[in-house]
Design a binder for this molecule. Structure first.
Ligand SMILES: Nc1nc2c(ncn2[C@@H]2O[C@H](COP(=O)(O)OP(=O)(O)OP(=O)(O)O)[C@@H](O)[C@H]2O)c(=O)[nH]1
Ligand SMILES: [Mg+2]
Ligand SMILES: [Zn+2]
Length: 302
């Protein structure tokens, strides 16, 4: 990181047209958090500014706690949805129950997270709602997907210490997942005193109510922040069928041991394909490839 300057900071939240920026090293008398607009030049370039972006601010008004963002530094990573820049670790939160575990939805969240190229940690929430043998079965199932899920419950405190250790070791951890799985509840448990709003799940499908509306970074410990994000239910598949294989840890592992004959193999029925069909997400993988090929086929007359 560059040396702390009085005008360097990080975008910690977006509110309508304003950016909330936390200064690295505020001068005496300047509040640490400033409500900022952006220079028209930045708007014109169409350069969107996102939570997690490192920025330079000018025209600081210490009394009103206002300033203007004049420059955005290049990003080291970007999570597309929810949009978070410069995260170093992505926690994908999925409920063990309420809402019930949904493998298709889970995979879509995991693919979006894997696309960042960052460390992806799976977190299974509300484990207090499952009997110990059901917890174990779900854990083993996800190990088959190439993940080592942290099993958590804010009711019993299960798994909170390992998560604290993850958060403390990362500059920016982003917590994403479907609505109602307990992301805000988890951050509240990890950061007592924060009191983020949480909402009960409802209906036959026990869906969340989209309680969190904005991405926001919260300070966890010195140099470490955690982003709470709004839940949503069905992330899009990442854009390119050819790049899908690297987003499945269990497929990556197979390919390291038995590479296919052709480098552009899509592991469907190509000659010399060495990929086994005997893994839980093979059907999902194949469906995703076909969906993406269908979408990317040029439309007639278009
Ligand atoms: N039994 C149980 N319920 C939990 C747990 N964690 C959260 N909940 C409940 O789950 C519901 C949803 O929690 P939230 O924290 O609002 O969920 P969220 O993921 O932030 O939802 P969005 O903001 O809509 O994306 C609330 O009723 C919580 O009390 C848990 O560990 N066990
Ligand atoms: Mg929330
Ligand atoms: Zn293959």
């Amino acid at each position: 990181m560059s040396e702390a300057a009085p005008d360097g900071g990080m975008v910690v939240a977006l509110q309508a047209n304003y950016l909330e920026v936390e200064l690295d090293a505020p001068s005496p008398g300047t509040p640490a958090r400033l409500l900022c607009t952006r220079r028209t030049r930045l708007n014109h370039r169409g350069a969107a500014v996102h939570v997690g972006d490192r920025v330079t601010v000018e025209a600081i008004d210490p009394i009103q706690a206002r300033a203007v963002v004049s420059a955005v530094e290049p990003r080291s990573s970007f999570l597309v949805r929810p949009p978070v820049a410069n995260a170093s670790c992505v926690l994908v939160a999925l409920a063990a129950e309420q809402p019930a575990f949904d493998a298709d939805q889970a995979s879509r969240f995991l693919l979006t997270a894997e696309q960042t190229g960052l460390q992806v940690q799976l977190v299974l929430t509300k484990c207090d709602l499952l009997a110990p043998e059901q917890q174990l079965a779900l854990k083993q199932r996800l190990e088959g997907w190439g993940y080592a899920p942290v099993m958590v419950s804010v009711q019993t405190g299960l798994g909170l210490d390992p998560l604290r250790a993850v958060l403390a070791s990362q500059a920016i951890t982003v917590l994403c997942g479907p609505s109602g799985v307990g992301k805000s509840s988890l951050i509240n448990a990890l950061l007592p005193g924060l009191a983020l709003r949480v909402g009960a799940v409802s209906g036959r499908l026990q869906r969340g109510r989209h309680t969190t509306r904005h991405v926001e970074l919260h300070p966890f410990s010195p140099g470490a922040r955690v982003a709470d994000t709004p839940g949503f239910n069905r992330p899009d598949l990442p854009g390119d069928a050819r790049n899908l294989e690297v987003l499945f840890p269990e497929l990556r592992d197979q390919l390291t041991i038995h590479p296919c004959r052709f480098r552009d193999c899509l592991h469907r029925d190509e000659p010399g394909c060495g990929v086994s069909r005997d893994w839980e997400r093979y059907g999902f993988y194949r469906g995703a490839v076909e969906e993406l090929l269908g979408i990317s086929r040029p439309s007639r007359g278009g």
